[in-house]
Design a protein around this ligand. Structure first.
Ligand code: ADP
Ligand code: MG
Length: 422
């Protein structure tokens, strides 16, 4: 079995790790990969967004299956291109990937189908955005650049002045480039955020354990937003009742609305929700597994990963049994100095060889340099552990973190720590 995997983060190393665990004889190629994926297979010097380069490689090498980790190649249409060439690939097509690629498209989709979301609207010029902002005096107000902005395109404006300045920054000064060709303005909703990962082939679906991530850099949820500094699952507040309500009010109606629109979504639909006093509201869709959520969801699955992903692509998810185990998983992200600004790269990472049972260290921004592994990006490692309860998984993850050192490393000591208070 020959697999091509696209991406270079902790999510992709976790996918590679799981594929290799399920099938030690797998031939694995990752484009472009990192030091972690390089230890499990061959890294290819092709960017995950270089569709022409990827297709040329795949037409020559004919992988049995291709798996896409990040959103950018999905939004750029890698799945359409590969399927046209007769190369089987996992992930949504470009039309379905608009659910992540355009927040205006998604806002219109949610409103049109009466799905639970914050009141708001989409705009293609700054004058109408400004008029809407000024006509809605409730603050804070949430302003979102339309396109992919690496998690930086959402601003929560506390005052009308801040909103005015932000609209100008997004649409006139183009702070996020083409991502600011359009924007969404919506009401701020207070509540608890959760990540709902749904595997779907368009016909049936499986909801994975509900995850919670920690987005802020600092302990106690302080400091700037990041791509995610840690996560845990299943979330202890996600009772059977809450899960049933999410299935009934969010997942089932979203999938029905996609079918009604003729959107062929086959892949992982990540629904970002906020639990308000009035039940769940949809904040956004991602069209792939979260990073770091994928790192904790994979150890909770018992069914071989490739079997699941191929069933999704072939529209026979309903015919296989996707089994989850009763474990709990925690991941702690170790980031480089300077992150989430420009990371300092080049430091050597020590202590990776000190293994512990029921843990895994997934590489993100790393690169192999001879026998050394060097820091090569912002989120460097996702140190992951699993156990029969969350507190034990957390302790285990931090025992593994304590063995790893690199100059300037930043990590939160409170991942999955405030569980009983929440
Ligand atoms: N309507 C809202 N009310 C409250 N917080 C929001 C709202 N929309 C977004 N946020 C906050 O902003 C973060 C980023 O917004 P999101 O829509 O998930 O975009 P992205 O992940 O693409 O940056 C969310 O995780 C949430 O914390
Ligand atoms: Mg988000």
């Amino acid at each position: 079995m020959k697999i091509l995997l696209l991406g270079s983060g902790g999510r992709e190393h976790a996918l590679a790790w799981r594929l290799r665990q399920d099938d030690p004889a797998l031939a694995l190629f990752t484009a472009p990969g990192n030091a972690g994926t390089g230890q499990l297979g061959t890294n290819l010097p092709i960017a995950a967004t270089d569709l022409a380069g990827l297709l040329a490689w795949a037409e020559k090498e004919r992988p049995d299956f291709t798996i896409v980790g990040p959103e950018a190649p999905l939004c750029a249409g890698v799945v359409d291109r590969f399927e046209q060439a007769g190369i089987p690939i996992f992930g949504p097509n470009a039309a379905a990937a608009r659910l992540e690629g355009s927040k205006v498209f998604t806002k219109n989709f949610l409103l049109k189908h009466g799905l639970p979301t914050a009141p708001g609207a989409g705009f293609v010029d700054s004058a109408s955005a400004l008029a809407y902002s000024q006509a809605h005096p409730l603050f804070p107000q949430v302003l979102k650049a339309d396109g992919l902005a690496a998690g930086k395109g959402v601003i929560i404006a506390q005052t009308p002045e801040e909103a005015t300045g932000t609209i100008a920054q997004i649409m006139d000064q183009r702070a996020f480039g083409d991502a600011g060709n359009a924007m969404v303005i919506e009401e701020f909703l207070p509540g608890r955020e959760m990540s709902i990962h749904v595997l779907t082939d368009g016909l049936s679906h499986v909801i994975l354990p509900i995850a919670q991530d920690h987005k802020r850099l600092g302990e106690g949820d302080s400091g700037p937003n990041t791509g995610g500094m840690g996560a845990y699952a299943p979330a202890p507040f996600a009772t059977a009742e809450l899960q049933a309500q999410i299935s009934r009010e969010v997942v089932v109606p979203v999938l029905a609305a996609l079918r009604e629109e003729g959107i062929d979504f086959r892949g992982i639909l990540y629904i970002g929700i906020i639990w308000t006093g009035d039940g769940p509201r949809i904040l956004e869709f991602n069209v792939r597994g979260g990073d770091p959520e994928t790192q904790i969801l994979l150890p909770l699955l018992d069914t071989p990963l490739l079997e699941i992903l191929q069933a999704v692509r072939d529209r026979r998810l309903g015919a296989i049994d996707v089994r989850s185990n009763a474990r709990h998983a925690v991941t702690v992200v170790m980031a480089a100095a300077g992150y989430p600004g420009t990371p300092e790269t080049g430091a050597s990472i020590e202590g990776l060889e000190f293994d512990l049972p029921d843990t895994a260290v997934f590489h993100g921004g790393t690169k192999q340099d001879g026998s050394q592994v060097l820091v090569n990006g912002g989120r460097v490692l996702s140190v992951t552990a699993w156990a029969s309860d969350l507190a034990s998984a957390r302790d285990l993850a931090y025992r593994r973190v304590a063995k790893i050192h690199f100059a300037g490393s930043q990590f939160r000591r409170d991942i999955a720590a405030r569980l009983t208070l929440e």
